[in-house]
Design a protein around this ligand. Structure first.
Ligand SMILES: Nc1nc2c(c(=O)[nH]1)N[C@H]1C(S)=C(S)[C@@H](COP(=O)(O)O)O[C@H]1N2
Ligand SMILES: [Mo]
Length: 189
């Protein structure tokens, strides 16, 4: 039996995600949208919306923990495992971090080893419905073992890099590791 509590320390469960964004939702045109996997890869990928959604191989439930103290448990997601895209692109041995760029100017990063987690995915549906503009349409990341500021919405580029490139909140005082179970909220120091 799973002995781990569902709620990390200092979090309270709420029913609905809060739809946190930078104040504007980028437009989505299915004809011109694409998602790139680039940087330290053998074969850079540029997938159209139809190509991307044709690759769905992930359906699962996970929790979203915002660093401000709310969590939404058991969200159902559908999408493409990050590892699927990285395998297709062929990650070069020098690559150690994943840098993610979003269409609203947002960014984040995490160690390449996160992609080994089976629930780290680029999702297109939340609780059975297509992502809405507030939910990051058309594609958002879920990285359930880290605070939700790592769960970039409106993802457009995934760049494999050798040295970490801290993203939007990681350069604004938030912890780079962001482990909710260790309450890594603010950067040390
Ligand atoms: N592109 C983008 N992704 C983002 C953000 C953002 O402002 N822009 N906010 C992050 C933060 S701080 C949180 S808590 C979650 C919120 O997810 P929700 O909008 O599904 O509630 O999205 C994360 N991903
Ligand atoms: Mo957040």
């Amino acid at each position: 039996m799973g002995s781990k509590p569902k709620l990390p320390p200092g979090q309270r469960a709420i029913a609905e995600t809060r739809k946190i964004n930078l104040g504007h939702n980028p437009p989505f045109d299915p004809e011109s949208w694409n998602l790139e996997v680039t940087g330290l890869v053998e074969t850079p990928l540029k997938l159209s919306w139809d190509e991307f959604r044709g690759r769905v191989d992930y359906r699962g439930k996970s929790d979203l923990h915002c660093v401000e103290g709310w969590s939404v448990l058991d969200i159902e997601w559908e999408g493409v495992r990050l590892s699927t895209l990285l395998e297709q692109a062929g990650v070069k041995p020098e690559a150690r971090f994943v840098f993610v760029e979003s269409d609203d100017g947002y960014s984040t990063s995490f160690p390449l080893s996160d992609a080994d987690e089976a629930d780290v995915a680029l999702v297109i549906k939340q609780n059975g419905e297509w992502l809405t503009p507030d939910e990051g349409r058309p594609v958002r990341l879920v990285v359930p073992h880290r605070y939700a500021y790592k769960a970039a919405k409106f993802v457009r580029r995934i760049v494999l890099v050798a040295e970490d490139r801290p993203g939007y909140w990681e350069t604004r005082g938030y912890h780079n590791e962001a482990d909710p179970w260790k309450e890594q909220r603010k950067a040390p120091g």
